[in-house]
Ligand binder design. Structure first.
Ligand code: GLN
Ligand code: ZN
Length: 790
């Protein structure tokens, strides 16, 4: 290998970088500062201080670790899409009335409190009389972005001052700063037209690019050399095929303008293999392309000039496992045969926790810890790989375990790799039941099950129920927290939970609901609760990842073979069922959702891991049934979420996800009624998959999608009973009896009265009791009204 292994033998302009950083702070400092500011606006200076500290620390640390090009601007007060909306003057008109931040304060904060901050927060979360922007999943991740509403009557206008402030700060600290923002195609592809605004957002690409040219001017004036524009949408069907040529044309304009200013442009893609992006960008003159070598097949780069820098994402930016350096180096060497290469993570580190050092729960798990890399460690991996690739004869600049490994792999020294193999766990998965097509499904066809269930349950038409959780009161939370901290006995905890179950059952009986639930007071989270009790999972104490805005989650780490040492929910179910004559639903989380909201081992196919989880849930289903459950709900809240980004991968996913659900639930007797629940609209695209899951009742989040979804389902092949949520639990608003009646009536007329269940659209744990009681009362009354009219 030459020092710079590429055909021209040229030194790459940089060799080690990442597309972006986690931004909430290793101890969620930013979350705390923002929420404090929301409660008390006089804390603005503290917010600015926290932001400055986090940004500084992050950028300096990345620089000293050895990144020689450092992304600046991936810090955000809420969301990166909303940042661009603010930067191009595209916050929604309904926040116009909220005043600018006073100029002195903006200046005092060094520009870190942008003038539009309060409008920005109002767009994100809503305010008095101002509904918030819609939120949706960032591609196939668990991060949610805001969906800008673009009004064609409001021209875009550049205001890059917030980004410029960050760039200035970085350059003062001698950070090799590379400003980052979402590219124009992706920004428009993920936005929507404001109500009443004609056309589609992507129609406005030329106009938006004009504004980006102004942003480039401002960045060039700061003296930076590189700019990164994130364009993940280029690889997905968010960019319709017939718009590819226009995207190329506009990108050519952008690049030409940048070159005129002496700027070079990195087009960063992620989450898919990258071929489409390469095709769109070839011929635009773009200086570098960031390619995700973890998510998909390596793209063919032959259409690119041989000087184009490939920023190769070989370190997985969205999972927590250490990189297999031999494999990463082989990939890098392959790319280096045709192009200059820089090493990177596959996507922004936004999707992984900050650092192993901040995670105390791993201290007692040295073997697991040795297999992991969080954000900080991934940066070290990138630097180590870059040095191993570009200085294979071993420039010993920084000594650490990973570097030794990377160097060893680069030098072909297999001996040093043993540890690697040992740690990556070559254990064969133990399948107690072999996987087979269609899962282990022993239930009869639906019509037979339906008869058996009618005999067993004797429910009225349009039965009423809920999705599982009831309000998590401060008392419930306090009891759980005290128990978790070891401050109260198991007995006291158990007693507190039983008291709450008594309360929840009593409330439901008084309200007159038909199928009751125990209310899930013992669950902090629908995935973590099970992960804590299953073998093969590790639950962290501080490994936070941003979900949206200031909301963070701690995904469990699924690291080994999954099995269920003991029943997980039976005692709560039994306590609840003993209190009432009405059926109580047993409540479980399904295998696909368990995977979707965890970090999952990557040393075996997801389908195999899903199967193991499914077997554990299946055992729980059977125990619940044996304990007397006549209705069991297996939530697959996230089934839509894992749907692959590329249509060609869809069938495979549909097959293993359905199989996992059917394996988990297929052992239930025909007379036991199986419910499932899923969240987030856009079910239209997976109705066939939901049908194949073959649950006896499917409840879905439909209150916001309204009648349209019900109509679409009525017109589809989906022929099973359905509970379209009739009350939007995401808002504290109490629905009136009439509006609920209208919804039920509509569903009964379009789907048929014997197919409809009456339920809220999700769990109630975030709601308070007063609105819960009032809303469920309206729901029961409305159901009775419609029943009487049948
Ligand atoms: N059973 C869960 C609950 O009610 C379902 C939550 C969800 O769909 N996200 O809380
Ligand atoms: Zn839900």
């Amino acid at each position: 290998m030459t020092a710079f292994p590429n055909p021209a033998g040229q030194r790459p302009p940089f060799i080690a970088t990442v597309p972006g950083f986690p931004r909430i702070g290793a101890h969620r400092e930013l979350k705390k500062a923002i929420e404090a500011y929301w409660r008390d606006p006089s804390l603005a200076p503290e917010l600015a201080n926290t932001a400055a500290t986090l940004i500084d620390r992050r950028l300096r640390r990345a620089t000293t670790t050895g990144l020689d090009s450092v992304p600046v601007g991936t810090f955000s007060y809420y969301d990166q899409m909303l940042d661009v909306a603010a930067m191009v003057g595209a916050l929604p008109a309904r926040v116009d009335g909220i005043a600018d931040y006073p100029e002195e304060q903006v200046a005092e904060s060094g520009g870190l409190l942008p003038p539009w901050l309060d409008r920005y927060f109002a767009a994100a979360r809503g305010a008095e009389g101002i509904p918030p922007l819609e939120m949706t999943k960032w591609f196939d991740t668990n991060y949610h972005h805001l969906v800008p509403e673009l009004d064609a009557a409001r021209p875009f206008a550049a205001d890059p001052s917030f980004l410029v402030s960050q760039v200035r700060g970085a350059r003062r600290n001698h950070v090799p700063a590379r400003p980052v923002l979402i590219g124009p195609v992706t920004f428009l592809a993920l936005s929507k037209a404001a109500p009443g605004s004609p056309g589609e957002p992507l129609d406005r690409l030329p106009e938006l690019v004009d504004v980006y040219l102004g942003i480039l001017d401002a960045l060039a004036a700061e003296g930076v050399e590189w700019v990164q524009l994130d364009e993940p949408a280029l690889n997905t069907d968010r960019l319709p095929a017939d718009r590819g040529a226009e995207a190329s044309r506009q990108w050519r304009r952008l690049v030409a303008h940048a070159h005129g200013l002496g700027l070079r442009v990195l087009a960063q893609t992620y989450f898919t293999g990258g071929q489409r992006a390469v095709d769109v960008l070839a011929g635009t003159g773009v200086d570098a392309i960031g390619v995700d070598y973890v998510a998909g097949d390596a793209p063919d780069l032959s259409a690119l000039p041989e000087s184009t820098l490939i920023v190769a994402g070989v370190v997985d930016g969205r999972n927590v496992w250490r990189t297999d350096c031999a494999r990463a180096l082989a990939t890098l060497a392959g790319v280096a045969r045709t192009h200059p290469v820089a090493v990177s993570t596959s996507c922004s580190l936004l999707h992984v926790p900050h650092s192993l050092a901040a995670e105390p729960s791993l201290a007692n798990e040295p073997e697991l810890r040795a297999r992991l890399a969080f954000g900080e460690e991934k940066i070290i991996e990138v630097v180590s790989l870059a040095r191993a690739l570009h200085h294979p004869d071993g420039q010993r600049i920084r000594r650490n375990g990973f570097l030794a490994e990377a160097e060893a792999a680069a030098n072909g020294d297999r001996a040093e790799e043993q540890g690697n193999e040992r740690e990556r766990g070559a254990r064969a998965p133990e399948h107690r039941v072999p996987r087979r097509k269609g899962g282990v499904h022993d239930r009869s066809p639906f019509p037979l099950r339906r008869k058996a269930q009618e005999r067993a349950l004797d429910l009225p038409p349009l039965p009423t129920s809920t999705i599982g959780s009831f309000p998590q009161t401060p008392e419930v939370r306090a009891a759980r927290a005290a128990y978790a901290r070891g401050e109260s006995s198991a007995r006291a905890y158990e007693a507190a939970m039983i008291r709450e179950i008594v309360n929840v059952i009593g409330e439901q009986e008084r309200l007159g609901l038909d199928v009751l639930v125990h209310g899930e007071p013992e669950r902090n989270d629908m995935v973590q609760y099970f992960a804590e009790q299953l073998d093969g999972f590790h639950c962290t104490s501080n490994a936070w990842v941003q979900s949206y805005g200031t909301r963070c989650v701690r995904p469990p780490i699924l690291h080994g073979d999954v099995s269920r040492p003991a029943p997980m929910t039976v005692r709560w179910f039994r306590a609840a069922q003993d209190m009432t004559e009405r059926p109580v639903k047993g409540m479980l989380t399904g295998p696909v959702t368990m995977l979707a909201w965890s970090f999952v081992r990557d040393d075996q196919p997801l389908a195999d891991t899903a199967h193991q989880v499914a077997l554990a849930i299946r055992a729980e289903c059977e125990d619940l049934e044996a304990a007397g459950a006549q209705v069991i709900q297996v939530d697959e809240a996230a089934i839509r979420e894992l749907l692959p980004l590329r249509p060609e991968d869809r069938d495979e996913y549909a097959e293993w996800s359905v199989e996992a659900f059917r394996t988990a639930t297929g052992g239930l007797a025909d007379s036991t009624q199986l419910h499932t629940h899923m969240c987030y609209s856009d079910f239209g695209s997976i109705l066939d998959l939901i049908r194949d899951m073959d649950a006896d009742v499917t409840t879905i989040e439909a209150a916001r999608a309204g009648f349209e979804l019900v109509d679409a389902i009525a017109a589809s092949d989906f022929d099973l009973p359905l509970g379209p949520g009739v009350w939007d639990i995401h808002s504290p608003r109490v629905p009136g009896v009439d509006e609920v009646t209208e919804r039920i009536d509509h569903a009964a007329r379009t789907l048929g009265p014997d197919r409809v269940w009456v339920v809220p659209d999700c769990g109630l744990k975030t709601r308070g009791w007063p609105e819960t009681r009032a809303s469920l009362d309206a729901l029961v009354k409305a159901a009775r009204k419609v029943r009487a009219s049948l």
